[in-house]
Design a protein around this ligand. Structure first.
Ligand code: GBH
Length: 451
């Protein structure tokens, strides 16, 4: 494990933690918040493990001062949280709920008061149900509504927020939410979900223009995975290429190159099922101030053995696994970052790792939580970022997922990703060993650079 103080990262490298509204806030029925697709989804039996919901979650909506105190003690530079659209516009468009804006106003002021940069994400999967009732992200108009909402938030917080993240992981939202149905809104459209990719990206483009009018800098967080072919067999190579196009390039290419990748292996045209209109790609490709990269693990792909999709996932063998069963491959992050550098060259804006972390099964023993598997995971991945920087990739910051254990979507509260343990009966927070480790890493880096 590399000693943190030897990390060769730039002096202005920024450290943070990330969360998302529906995963931590709770208070879903308070202060005029409208329903989101996740309220509807979790209310349906059989959708989430053990029937868990985000109704209370970490009760962050009420306990945010305590959570800011934990962040202050951790010593982070920046906090990535998400704004719940249905708190701001309960029906997704039109009427604005002042009490919802007030909450984020208090949060932003609370962060600034302790020297932490608020870095809000505007959409982390909790679409107002009223918009889903009109077709959700399958509908082009949702992109327009998203820009309207972005303008409302920026008008209130834009004097104190410098950098905005428009969307979180549009790939994961499209696949789990609209193609497979394992996340809200629970639709199983397979490839017919592709317009959801375009409408989210269009929403990003329209919102970016609005955020800029308010003087904001704009980023987007994409879930990226380095794709490895299961073998050198040409059929596996072709399958890996197809998967890379769907997972990574479908979202990075339009943003950075202004065009969609070739998806003909999926029998899909470049207009994504007729969704793309003239001028859309110019909007989507407006320069970004940074690309947010969320990395968890690499993906191994083989040729399909049955008719259907042009690829099949193959297991990655011989590596540790997280409690979730995901393979732990820190070097995959270096591979991913250098690969982005090679593919996009001068078109690649500075990168921030906006999520990286793992779930660990843990328990509080005598007031302490020994999550050394998380320390190993984080140390390995920070070292991979350092290696990529040494190879010339411009990475400006790193956010750990997550500050605290929270509602892990379809897995409910069963997967713990936090630096801080949360007892969901008592809401007691207990910093884990990884919290102390991360605090030391940040303090060492700061001392090293005299800031
Ligand atoms: C993120 O999504 C989300 O932004 C965040 O809300 C969430 O809590 C966090 O990650 C943890 O899940 O099948 O072994 O190849 C991550 C999306 C999709 C990444 C599934 C890992 C599969 C691992 N994830 N993916 S594997």
């Amino acid at each position: 494990m590399p000693h943190p103080s030897r990390l060769a990262l730039p002096a202005d490298f920024r450290w943070g933690v990330a969360t998302a509204a529906y995963q931590i806030e709770g208070a879903t029925g308070e202060d005029g918040r409208g329903a989101s697709v996740w309220d509807t989804f979790t209310a349906k039996p059989g959708t989430v493990r053990d029937g868990h919901t985000g109704e209370v979650a970490c009760d962050h909506y009420h306990r945010w001062p305590e959570d800011i105190a934990l962040m202050r003690e951790l010593g982070i530079d920046a906090y990535r949280f998400s704004v719940a659209w249905p708190r701001i516009q309960p029906t997704g468009t039109g009427p604005v709920n002042k009490a919802g804006l007030d909450f984020y106003d208090r949060l932003v002021d609370g962060l600034l008061a302790v020297g932490i940069t608020p870095t809000p994400t505007l959409f982390h999967w909790d679409l107002p149900q009223a918009l889903e009732d009109r077709g959700g992200w399958l509908e082009r108009d949702t992109a327009r509504c998203f820009a309207e909402y972005a303008g409302v938030v920026a008008a209130r917080l834009g004097d104190r927020v410098g950098t905005w993240i428009t969307l979180n992981e549009p790939f994961v939202h499209m696949v789990f939410g609209y193609a497979l149905g394992s996340h809200a809104p629970g639709r199983s459209l397979m490839l017919d979900a592709l317009p959801v990719a375009h409408h989210q990206l269009l929403g990003h483009g329209l919102a970016a223009a609005v955020l800029r009018e308010h003087g904001g800098r704009v980023m987007i967080s994409n879930n990226c995975t380095p794709v490895r072919a299961a073998s050198e067999d040409p059929a596996d190579l072709v399958a890996a290429e197809a998967y890379d196009a769907l997972h990574n390039r479908l979202f990075n290419d339009p943003l950075l190159l202004g065009s969609y990748p070739d998806l003909s292996a999926f029998g899909v045209d470049r207009d994504l099922g007729g969704a793309v209109r003239e001028g859309d790609l110019d909007l989507i490709a407006a320069p970004l101030d940074g690309l947010g990269v969320n990395y968890y693990n690499p993906t191994r792909i083989a040729a399909p053995t049955a008719p259907g999709l042009p690829f099949e996932e193959a297991p990655i063998e011989g590596v540790p696994r997280t409690a979730f069963g995901w393979p732990v491959v820190p070097d995959g992050l270096r591979e991913l970052l250098t690969g982005l550098g090679r593919r996009y060259g001068a078109a690649l804006p500075p990168i921030t790792i906006t999520e990286n972390g793992c779930s660990v099964e843990d328990e509080v023993l005598n007031g302490a939580v020994d999550d050394r598997a998380r320390i190993d995971y984080l140390a390995g991945h920070v070292a991979a970022v350092e290696a990529a920087v040494a190879e010339g990739v411009d990475v400006r910051g790193y956010f750990t997922w997550s500050l605290m254990d929270n509602f892990e979507w379809a897995e409910g509260f069963s997967q713990r990703f936090g630096l801080v343990h949360v007892d969901f009966e008592t809401q007691q927070r207990t910093p884990k060993a990884s919290y102390a480790w991360y605090r030391n890493l940040i303090a060492d880096q700061r001392a090293r650079h005299g800031r």
